[in-house]
Write a protein that binds this ligand. Structure first.
Ligand code: BDR
Ligand code: CA
Length: 309
């Protein structure tokens, strides 16, 4: 039986990889894609989600989400992803339209009506999911797990302390971290291991299909800041770690711990705090990814891309 999932995302280049992997995987059944502001504004992320799905010939519905943080000021990551969030000319403008229903209503309706628990894969700011939990706390009983990219056990990327998705909306993130649902977290400490080196990008291109070529080009576009700022050999494929873990959890080492996020202003605003020794004695329901089998991750990614157009 395929795992039912809802993908909450802000595509975004690495979000696009994540969507492609989920579409290709027989073991996942995508019930819907919900969009959030994040890498770029909501109108772009929604259009980009539709562009990707259209290009793959998928009619999975796309529900536009909330366009700003609960409290924080708007930041974006267009420096990494380009002005539109997905500078991939071959993936044309969307032909399908977003649904009239908003993301939060879709999430609540779908979870409440579902006979089975649903997994939520979140690869952007957590605003939609936080509002969902505030409006309908009962949905926690229908959530199998929230698998999210965000935070870090060590340093940040959008501030010295904080990772981008967390920094976008730390208050929303804290609502999710407090929720009594199982969670798996992919922070920069592990996603910065998933580097699309030239050899790995070549392997995508050598697949010989449209997807391999277009996604190889997208990773080359994405790597500029990673090379210049971090001295990495290529781009970091953050968001696809979530889907890879769902399909092959053995690729990652995880450890359960309490995670919180700094919501007070100051140097550490948006930083995740990891109670690895359970010093505070609080409930622990976040499985934090610590290490990845990187070759295994790229083998899975390349295999999934090979199954697409
Ligand atoms: C995260 O921020 C975004 O730019 C990426 O899509 C990823 O979700 C990495 O910090
Ligand atoms: Ca993202």
């Amino acid at each position: 039986m395929a795992i039912p999932v809802i993908m909450d995302c802000d595509p975004g280049i690495d979000d696009a990889f994540s969507l492609a992997m989920a579409i290709a995987a027989d073991d996942l059944n995508i019930l819907g894609v919900t969009t959030t502001y994040g890498n770029v504004g909501l109108s772009y992320t929604t259009a980009n989600a539709l562009r990707i799905l259209d290009w793959f010939g998928s009619d999975i519905p796309v529900y536009p989400g909330i366009d700003r943080a609960l409290l924080g000021k708007l930041v974006d990551a267009s420096e990494y992803h380009g002005a539109t969030g997905l500078e991939a000319p071959e993936i044309g403008p969307p032909t399908n339209s977003p649904q009239a229903e908003d993301a939060v209503s879709f999430l609540i309706r779908t979870l409440q009506a579902s006979q089975e628990k649903i997994t939520i894969v979140a690869s952007g700011p957590l605003t939609n999911l936080a509002v969902m939990l505030r409006l309908a706390p009962d949905v926690t009983s229908k959530i199998e797990r929230i698998v999210f990219m965000g935070g870090s056990t060590d340093y940040g990327n959008d501030s010295p302390a904080a990772e981008f998705n967390m920094l976008c909306d730390p208050h929303a993130a804290q609502i999710i971290l407090d929720a009594n649902v199982p969670k798996t977290m992919f922070g920069l400490n592990v996603t910065h291991q998933a580097i699309a080196t030239p050899a790995r990008v070549r392997a995508m291109r050598d697949l010989g299909n449209d997807t391999g070529r277009v996604f190889a080009d997208m990773s080359v576009f994405f790597e500029k800041v990673y090379r210049e700022r971090y001295g990495f050999e290529g781009s970091a494929l953050h968001d696809p770690c979530t889907v890879a873990w769902l399909l092959k959890p053995e690729l990652f080492e995880t450890r359960r711990m309490r995670v919180d996020v700094e919501t007070n202003s100051g140097l550490s605003f948006g930083r995740t705090v990891h109670d690895i020794w359970n010093i505070a004695g609080n409930s622990c329901h976040t499985d934090v990814a610590l290490n990845a089998n990187v070759d295994g991750f790229f083998a899975l990614l390349t295999d999934l891309l090979s199954r697409l157009r």
